[in-house]
Design a protein around this ligand. Sequence first.
Ligand code: NAP
Ligand code: F7E
Length: 357
Amino acid sequence: MSKKALITGITGQDGSYLAEFLLNKNYSVFGIVRRSSSFNTGRIDHLIESYPLDKFDFYRGDVNDANSLIEIVKRIEPDEIYHLAAQSHVKVSFEIPVFTFDTVATGTLTLLEAVRSLGLRCKIYFAGSSEMFGSSPPPQNEDTPFKPRSPYAAGKVAAYQLCDIYREAYAIWIACGILFNHESPRRGETFVTRKITRAVARIQLGIQDRLYLGNLNARRDWGYAPDYVEAMWLMLQQHEPDHYVVATGETHSVREFAEAVFRYAGFDLVWEGEGLTEKGVDARTGKPLIEVHSSYFRPLETESLLGNAAKARKRLGWEPKTGFEELVKIMVDADMKRERMLLEGTKVFDEVWRTHI
Ligand code: NAP
Ligand code: F7E
């Protein structure tokens, strides 16, 4: 019998890579998909098309709807639950703090209650975040104090503590991953890495004029998402549940990420001015490619993240396989390909449209 996994947040970046990873390990994979007025399964459509329903299927539900969670968990009786669902955008969490806290913290509690009330014996993975460290200075590891700097991060800390409480009080098997930023061509378009790689492709193809960014000096430890979903799985293959930092151990500023992206795409980027008037200019033409805009700054910022994943390396045998420059290359190549295809598609669409009116 193959193992059964249930993934909340399966339509997101990590959920889609994790589903592929588990299917390759011969799991039967089930996901929870929330209702939307438009298609929201773009990242998993290839799996829906390729696998029979007993291998891969999804159910409509919401982490804030206890009934739907209880019904789905009861029906599947998973061996492993990967709890990834969240409103995961930090800047947006300042705009919709109550909704964010509801999905991140209350949503986790609702899932824990569903498992507890059903008396299900399964292993649970909780998606913690390096944002929980907030203003604690780098490097950060499992012993670093949590000093959250956003409603999103406060929600993750609350959820993390609820996991500790349910583990101790009810002997529910829950491992917590404290994952640092991880990116990919499937990253949402409004997260900074994807925003930059998508923009460079569009600028090169003449679809977009320039890119507007916020804080160029924030530092992040950026890894590659497919490497990180392996760490989630490894955590659940251990005998005892534990907490693990997952990170590359390398930190870069947003400015350095942008420089690497524009360099790889063939631009010679130079910086002029400072603060809100700073610009990244094309050295060959003098044209501004990047400008700073106040609307992308946050009311509070996590300034600097750099993870120490020594525990994951030692106990799980996990190592990141993809370095910073490789990540940049993967993301820029994918966005160049996607934007070219979209442009071609638009041309074809325009031609078809013109001949029919
Ligand atoms: P993501 O792309 O934003 O995906 C979030 C997923 O949660 C989506 O499938 C989304 O559905 C779903 N979701 C949101 N609210 C929901 C609700 N009320 N009920 C059910 N599903 C809901 O995030 P990700 O990058 O894959 O990250 C996965 C998890 O890891 C998140 O918990 C995130 O906070 C955490 N994390 C991410 C990183 C990172 O760098 N990526 C680092 C540390 C921790 P829709 O597709 O319908 O929106
Ligand atoms: O911002 C700065 C911004 O939105 C990174 C989520 O997956 O990772 C992610 O959270 C940095 C910040 O990711 C823009 O101020 C500058 O310092 O890509 P981001 P994040 O906030 O680090 C953690 C680990 C999670 O858990 C979260 O779920 O980039 N920045 N200019 C910008 N950020 C954005 N989004 N857009 C800008 O224009």
